[in-house]
Structures are given as structure tokens and as C-alpha cells.
Ligand binder design. Sequence first.
Ligand code: AMP
Length: 364
Amino acid sequence: MKIAVVGGGQLGRMMGLAGIPLGIDFVFCDPAANACAGAAGPVHVGPLDDPASVAAIADGADAITYEWEGVPASTLEPFVHSHFVAPSLRALATSQDRVAEKQLANELGLGTAPWIAVDDRAGLTTAIERVGTPAVLKTRSGGYDGKGQHRILSIDDGDAAWTALGPAGSLVLEGFVAFDRELSVIACRGRDGATVVWPITENHHEHGILRESRVLDDARTQARATAIVTTLLDELDYVGTLCIELFEVAGELLVNEFAPRVHNSGHWSIDGAETSQFENHVRAMLGWPLGRTDPLGAVAMLNCIGALPEPSAALAIGGAHLHDYGKSPRPGRKVGHLTLVAPDENTLQERLVAAREVIAATAR
Ligand code: AMP
């Protein structure tokens, strides 16, 4: 069997590394010749907004998937009649537009921050008046890791926000959510509609970039997150792995955004769950049964940003698993992660303290 993956970053690499033991071949397309998924299969070099890049890898593929949600739907459109392409282009296109994403969530009865689409300067003033402050102005598409966002504390910040983001095109103003926790829920739906859900994680970001995810054992919140992700998966007739980022505020869960792909907050599942988000994604692509998602203990994941820790120091920590994405170090770049698995929460806490020290010693 062969899976063609659009995008050749670390998500594609880990997808490949999960599927190779199952006898699956992988082929990738990516703009960079040295794309790190090259460790898991050949990489065709080409832009991801050009169907010719997909055509170069589609031959003989049993499924076409993507590891980057910025791939324009028009790149994949030509292949939906000849190939199994998943997650669906509706899921992809919806996730690329924060307004469509929130509209869909609200139509399905899922809560979000209050929001209003903004198309011009006058519209921004109206939106600030209606949403209130504090608020966050965001680009409707293309923003990631906190980029394309501007905080608005009072109506007087309108001009500065407009100067920063107005030229970027269509925008959305969101009420600022004073969340208690940021969570994410990841699930995978098979071709037959069977769905598995991993334990939710609590996520900590710095400068908009995910630093740590910790797996939660919280049955009440889990049940509500599972209901949210199942609602969205079923509505989209989704196949593959989906992540929804959530704000928890006063016991309520609000949808921030979703990613129609494997997600950084699910990397812990490689070493810390019975079946990883990557393996279940490739199983789903081929119509194979999905594996159980039970955690293998108390689990947390720390991102290595800018540089990798010294392997001998990281691996000296009990239950530590180091993942090096094979990318050259650069400030702000995710170059690997460290997963910690422990028999109980107290031991995990001790290991986390040690792991943070090892990572801080090398972080740039
Ligand atoms: P996003 O690109 O929407 O995931 O935003 C990046 C980060 O900014 C989130 O993980 C939150 O920490 C923060 N953020 C985004 N939107 C809001 C909001 N409406 N209220 C509070 N914090 C937000």
C-alpha cells in the first residue's frame, strides 16, 4: 500500500515512521529538497499550491492526505475523483477560514468566543463596539503560532490594529477569552465512521508557540470534549485525525480552532498511548481498523524549540523519549520533542522539572 502526503515536514515524517512498520510506502511533496519527511520516503520538490506537485506523487497511491492545513483546496481538487483524498476538502477549506470555522461550530451548537467578521476600518470600529474589549483581531486565514493577531484593549487601539493587519485582507475580531486552561482534543475517524478519541491535553504556549502538553485524566471535561469532536467529525463525514483547540472558561469549553490533521499536542501519543495519532491516521487512510487510544501512564510532551537538548542528558530522565526531526536549528523553529511517560502524576511532575531544565539549558 502507498500513501501520498502533501507536505514533508515533521508531521509527515512521523506519519511515515508510524506507517512503515505496517508495510506502507510513503511519498511526499514539499517545496524544500531537504524536507525532513525524506527520512520516511522520497520527496518530490514542488510548491504546495500547484496540483502538478500532487500529480507527481499521486501515481499508484491508495490514498492522498496532507500534513499542512495551508494546502489550498484547489491543489487537491483535481484528485478527488481518481483517488481517496482525506481529510475532506470541506474540512480543509473550513479550517482555513476562521469565520467559516466559527460559523460551523456555532451552527452545530458549539460555543466559541464572540466574533464578528471585519472587512474595513469602519467595520472594525463597529466590531469593537459590539464584541467589547479586550479583543483579538486576527487574519481570517494564514495565521499560525500566534502570527497574524493583534490585541485590542480599548477602542483607541483600532488604528494600530488596522495598520498592523488591515493590509492582510479579511479579518475577524474575537472577544478575548480569559480562559482557565487551554486544552485540545484529538480524535480519529475511520472510513466506516468508527471513531477513537485520545485523552485531552492541557497545553501551554509561549509567544503563540506550543511549549508543553500534558495528558489529563479528567472524565467530566473529557466527556464534553469528546462530544464536541464527535459532533464535528460526524458533520464533516471526516476520515483521519482531527485536532480541536479549546478554551476552558468557568467550566465551559469554547472552540478556538481546529486542524484537519495530526497535531503537535498529540505527539505524546507516539510513546504514551496504545496507538498514536499518526498510526491511526494512516490506518484510517487505508480503511483499516483503528487502534485503542488509552494512555500508557501519566504523560507529558515538551517541544524542543530552536535547538535540541543534549541526548545523553534528556535520555537520562526516566521514561523520556526524544524525537529529533532532523531539521537544522533556528530560533523559534520546532526541531524535536521530548515525551515523558511515568507510572503516576507525582513521578511525572519530578521528570517534568528535570526535562524543563535540560531543555532550558539548550534552548535558543
Ligand atoms: P490561535 O492562532 O487562534 O490558536 O491563537 C494562538 C494563541 O493565542 C492561543 O493558543 C491563545 O493562547 C491565544 N488566543 C487566541 N485567541 C484568543 C482569544 N479569543 N482569547 C484569548 N486568547 C486567545
